[in-house]
Design a binder for this molecule. Structure first.
Ligand SMILES: NC(=O)C1=CN([C@@H]2O[C@H](COP(=O)(O)OP(=O)(O)OC[C@H]3O[C@@H](n4cnc5c(N)ncnc54)[C@H](O)[C@@H]3O)[C@@H](O)[C@H]2O)C=CC1
Ligand SMILES: O=C(O)[C@H]1O[C@H](OP(=O)(O)OP(=O)(O)OC[C@H]2O[C@@H](n3ccc(=O)[nH]c3=O)[C@H](O)[C@@H]2O)[C@H](O)[C@@H](O)[C@@H]1O
Length: 450
């Protein structure tokens, strides 16, 4: 099938590449000329495991094209995806300016009947707005072309985006037109072979499904972070509690890892946007507000542990902290809303210097922070430890999981580790003579009392 995808970010580029991989003819459209020029030369703008070879192979095979020529892309497509950003507006609601700009472009260039598919995360009712926007453009052109707007929210995770896209656990399609669902069923057939993953529903339910999924996952995380904070106070170990509850299939093992708070481009903005939707309909979003508030507090928690260890924030003045991890999660270079950003700011405000290492996010950190005296971006995890007083771990990259504790003890002047992802066994790291502060683990409070 001939497909056009607007937006070549995490969602658009990955979806376009996966559709090309299974034989569709895909053109990816973006307004960012530099990004498109780079993609045409094989420069992939994001780090996503497995993506680069797939983009190159499909581009070389002629199934995946990149362009800024929106008109030509729309004119030749049977299916047009919208996969542009929906960042938070000032009041927390989703900013639809990019989505509606694409809708106008589609309306201006549509030549033949097509299905417009919204993959961006958008508030309930947006498909109606997209439909009205396209219809208004067609009317002003004086033409009558049949089109439908389908909601097809995306559930991929950064760091596993290609895998999620190639093997989705469900494909949600919202439309009132059986013919549209049927056509998309055929588009997605290669991803839907073993059992039926298509969940067809009405448009508004599909739009709300996306927010419900992200809000549920964020709720699980905030819930566990609250339990962790209680565990810390009562001298329990949240990791043991996690194992104790995860074995109940009604609760499950996923998304119950306590930590330094959730980040990324989606949970923070989507929880806020859903709360905003509720408020716009005179509903008090009590739970969603609490999820957000707990997360906000949790992002500051690792620094609280620094203060507990050193007795006062002022003691950090002149100290050097090694920081392992900058990205909001492993296997990505994305630092949007990353917990590392809050910790860095708190450490800098306290007068500390930071030597940071992240396997992929170094360039992104340089782009965000520029050159600063109190930040050294290192090439290796060992290099970050050089001359450091303490170590903080904030992203659970695999390579941080099994450090040589004896080496850590020799490297860190104050022999202390602050672990925002609970990667180590307290008894083991403490046996090496290192003070260990983790999230919701009773030992840290016992140390505090000692
Ligand atoms: N990043 C993620 O893991 C996921 C994101 N989503 C949702 O998907 C949407 C896109 O997110 P990302 O891919 O992360 O965004 P992104 O910010 O990485 O990429 C968006 C792209 O759209 C382009 N763009 C903006 N206006 C355009 C226009 N008029 N025509 C063509 N291109 C245009 C931008 O230049 C940019 O390259 C958002 O609504 C997000 O909430 C959904 C699931 C996962
Ligand atoms: O709408 C989106 O954009 C996407 O948002 C999330 O994906 P993503 O943000 O890429 O990453 P996650 O793996 O969900 O992690 C988000 C944050 O939660 C944190 N997290 C995750 C799991 C956990 O148990 N504990 C925890 O603190 C991670 O460290 C990270 O900061 C969802 O998992 C995707 O299904 C969804 O498509």
């Amino acid at each position: 099938m001939h497909v056009a995808i607007f937006g070549t970010g995490y969602v658009g580029l990955v979806s376009g590449t996966c559709l090309a991989e299974v034989g569709h003819d895909v053109v990816c459209v973006d307004i960012d000329q530099a990004k498109i020029d780079g993609l045409q030369r094989g420069v992939i703008p994001i780090y996503e495991p497995g993506l680069e070879p797939m983009v190159k192979a499909n581009h070389a095979a002629g199934r995946l094209k990149f362009t800024t020529d929106a008109g030509a892309a729309v004119a030749s497509a049977e299916i047009v995806f919208i996969a542009v950003g929906t960042p938070p507006d000032e009041d927390g609601s989703a900013d639809l300016q990019y989505v509606l700009a694409v809708a106008r472009t589609i309306g201006r260039h549509l030549r033949a009947p097509a299905i417009v598919v919204d993959k961006s995360t958008v508030p309930v009712g947006t498909a109606d707005q997209v439909r009205a926007t396209i219809a208004a453009e067609l009317e002003s052109r004086g033409v009558d072309i049949d089109f439908d707007v389908v909601s097809n929210p995306e559930f991929l995770k950064e760091g596993a985006a290609v895998e999620d896209c190639m093997r989705p656990d469900r494909i949600v399609l919202g439309s009132r037109e059986p013919a549209s669902i049927e056509k998309l069923r055929r588009l997605y057939a290669p991803f839907n072979r073993n059992h039926d993953r298509i969940v067809a529903m009405d448009v508004r339910s599909a739009e709300l499904t996306k927010y419900a999924a992200n809000a549920m996952l964020a709720t699980k995380i905030s819930f566990m972070n609250e339990i962790a904070n209680i565990a810390e106070k009562v001298g329990a170990d949240v990791e043991q509690v996690r194992r104790g509850i995860g074995s109940d299939p009604r609760i499950g093992w996923h998304f119950i890892y306590p930590g330094a708070g959730y980040g990324g481009s989606c949970f923070p903005k989507d929880v806020q946007a859903l709360a905003r939707t509720a408020a716009q309909h005179s509903l008090e979003p009590t739970l969603l507000n609490a999820v957000e508030a707990v997360n906000d507090r949790q992002k500051a928690h690792l620094f609280d542990l620094f203060v507990r260890h050193y007795g006062a924030a002022g003691v950090l003045r002149g100290k050097t902290v090694a920081l392992w991890g900058l990205a909001f999660k492993p296997n990505t270079d994305d630092m949007r809303e990353a917990s590392s950003r809050r910790l860095l700011q708190q450490l800098w405000d306290a007068g500390a210097r930071v030597r940071a290492f992240d396997p992929e996010a170094r360039d992104e950190a340089r782009r965000i922070f520029g050159e600063r005296e109190d930040l050294v971006l290192c090439d290796t995890d060992d290099e970050a430890l050089q001359g450091a007083d303490a170590l903080a771990v904030i992203t659970e990259w695999k390579q941080f999981r099994s450090p040589d504790f004896e080496f850590l003890k020799r490297s860190l002047r104050d022999a202390v580790v602050f672990d925002g992802r609970n990667l180590y066994e307290p008894a083991e790291i403490e046996a090496a003579g290192i003070a260990y502060w983790a999230i919701g683990r009773g030992r840290s409070i016992r140390q505090d009392r000692a």
